[in-house]
Write a protein that binds this ligand. Structure first.
Ligand code: SF4
Length: 246
């Protein structure tokens, strides 16, 4: 499922479960944080509607954080190899499409004209854009298809040319919140709260793929792993408590 819309489902499920054990308005005023892949207008609006105090940073938030100014020095060679691989696998981006000032049309690298599909398009990150679409007939036999369309089944290319940002948008509010000292502190806590859970289940419990198929069986397998993880936590917490009862 697309993470850009997933926060609603996650929060609704958490709310239902907590209400089932007697909590009243369990999410109202609570702090939640989610990583950058959850950053979208839709998700932020859902948090606002539920009265949740959310901390969901945009993908560029580390570039604005002075603590990460020299983070590149820690980059491992494996990352550089990955970058080289990525650079070979480059698809045409919006910069490869040229706007014809005379006709007002967008021209693709194959010289075809894209038509305006939506002049008031809002991107998932809250930018105002014009959405252009290539005619199906142009892309169908195009010799540059493999460099233009990531998914071979896509019928024709769509390009969004960004020209502004909605004033006072919900995404601007989130950026300002994340850039504060408190915002950074709250967001970085998720590294210690939730990432070890995935690290434990995936590495220590060796659950790096589901061995069952189908939504119901996969769900059961996932819940069994979570059950074991939680029993382990209770066991370890009990041990720690017994050693330091005070
Ligand atoms: S796939 Fe379509 S949009 Fe892309 S270069 Fe070819 S004709 Fe142009």
């Amino acid at each position: 499922m697309n993470k850009k819309r997933l926060l609603w489902t996650l929060q609704q499920e958490a709310k239902n479960r907590l209400e089932a054990i007697g909590w009243k308005e369990p999410l109202k005023g609570k702090k939640i944080s989610a990583d950058t892949s959850y950053y979208s207008v839709k998700n932020l609006e859902v948090c606002k509607d539920l009265g949740v105090d959310a901390y969901v940073p945009d993908p560029q938030f580390r570039k604005r954080d002075i603590r990460f100014a020299d983070a590149a020095r820690h980059r491992r060679s494996v990352d550089k190899r990955h970058e080289r691989y990525k650079s070979k696998k480059r698809w045409f981006s919006v910069e490869d499409f040229k706007l014809d000032d005379h006709s007002g049309k967008l021209i693709c690298p194959a010289g075809k004209s894209l038509y305006v599909k939506n002049r008031n398009f809002i991107t998932p990150n809250g930018y105002k854009a014009i959405a252009y679409q290539a005619p199906k007939s142009a892309c169908h036999d195009c010799r540059l298809r493999s460099k233009c369309l990531r998914n071979p089944n896509t019928v024709s290319r769509q390009v969004h040319v960004i020209y502004g940002k909605r004033p006072g948008s919900i995404t601007d509010e989130m950026k300002q919140k994340i850039d504060t000292e408190q915002g950074r502190r709250i967001y970085s806590r998720r590294l210690g709260i939730v990432e070890p859970v995935f690290g434990n289940i995936r590495t220590c419990k060796r659950m790096d793929r589901f061995t069952l198929r189908g939504k119901i069986k996969v769900n059961i397998q996932w819940m069994l792993y979570c059950l074991v993880h939680n029993i382990e936590k209770i066991m370890n917490f009990g041990k720690t408590y017994a050693m330091c009862p005070g």
